[in-house]
Design a protein around this ligand. Structure first.
Ligand SMILES: [Zn+2]
Length: 322
């Protein structure tokens, strides 16, 4: 009986035990498999962003499509800013003019020196040689109002434009400057203060009319040549408006340009010059006039007696029209 029981245990329990052990081992192996399967996950995760798969390609597209968008955004936001900045600096309407920098020369007396303000005198001989130089260099003289038209209304200008301006209206404008300008077929812009008209040292009305008929521009330099920053608004308006009307009557032309006596001006003067109907004004500040300057604060290049021809050439070379 004992033998039978032992045999039964061996027959039944042994296989059960073996089965149980085998199941345990399978579970254990599965567990190990699970662990081994989990191990590569981080690798798979790491591999995901790599570009071989379809997803990374789409994420690449996102990146590449996002980049131009952000660039576009930058461009879009930059363009209006730069346009606005440009508008603030340059009050020019349409296209950039051919010449944005044009020299405006400033002369006073064209005669041999005799008097007090020596530097205001340029002898007719030297003046002639200076114009010869301009001709050789291919300069074309234009009126100041042509320059304003070029900058603000798109008027065409000849090659290498230059303005020759003359202040105060001395008699020598007619006796010396006009014949030389006419010989070179050049133009000049003459700023006259009207109290000087029909005086011994000044220009007679008929002389002014002859100058206009020869293609010269007449601009205003006030009635009495005062310091415009030191007079009342009423007087300031008189100086600006009355002189304009007087010159307009003599010449039969609209007077469009103005020169500040002794280069003196302030904000109030600028406002009143524009209100009086002028289109632009010149100062005595040194340099080329530019389309970027306030048209009522245009710079000029003073030509002194001491410049002679050499100094003149030097000043011109440093201020070529552009
Ligand atoms: Zn003056």
């Amino acid at each position: 009986m004992r033998k039978l029981l032992l045999a039964l245990i061996v027959v039944i329990l042994l296989p059960l035990t073996i089965y149980a052990i085998s199941i345990y081992k399978t579970i254990e192996q599965d567990g190990v498999k699970d662990v081994m399967l989990q191990e590569p996950w981080p690798i798979t995760v790491e591999e995901e962003p790599h570009p071989q798969d379809s997803e990374p390609t789409s994420s690449e597209e996102e990146v590449s499509s996002a980049a131009p968008q952000s660039l576009k955004e930058v461009e879009v936001t930059k363009t209006p800013q730069s346009t606005k900045e440009a508008n603030d600096v340059k009050p020019l309407p349409i296209d950039k003019p051919k010449y944005t920098k044009i020299p405006i020369l400033m002369y006073h007396v064209i005669e041999d020196y005799s008097g007090t303000y020596e530097e205001l005198y340029v002898s007719p001989q030297v003046f002639y040689q200076q114009l010869e130089y301009l001709k050789e260099q291919g300069y074309h003289t234009v009126k100041l109002q042509d320059v304003l038209d070029h900058w603000h209304n798109g008027k065409d200008l000849p090659e290498k434009p230059i303005v020759l301006s003359f202040d105060d209206g001395y008699r020598s404008m007619y006796t010396a400057a006009l014949p030389i300008l006419t010989e070179f077929e050049y133009q000049g812009t003459f700023f006259l203060h009207t109290n000087n008209i029909d005086t011994a040292g000044g220009l007679a009305k008929e002389m002014i009319q002859e100058m206009v008929a020869s293609g010269m521009e007449i601009g205003s330099h006030t009635l009495s040549h005062p310091d415009l920053t030191k007079i009342s608004t009423t007087r300031l308006q008189q100086e600006l408006i009355d002189s304009k009307n007087i010159l307009s009557e003599i010449t039969g032309c609209s007077i469009q340009t103005f020169a500040y006596p002794a280069g003196r001006y302030n904000k109030e003067v600028l406002v009143q010059v524009e209100a009086a109907g002028y289109r632009g004004a010149v100062t005595t500040e040194y340099g080329s006039a530019s389309a970027e300057q306030n048209p009522f604060c245009l710079k000029r290049i003073r030509i002194n007696k001491s410049d002679g021809v050499k100094g003149f050439v030097k000043k011109l070379q440093a201020n070529e029209p552009k």
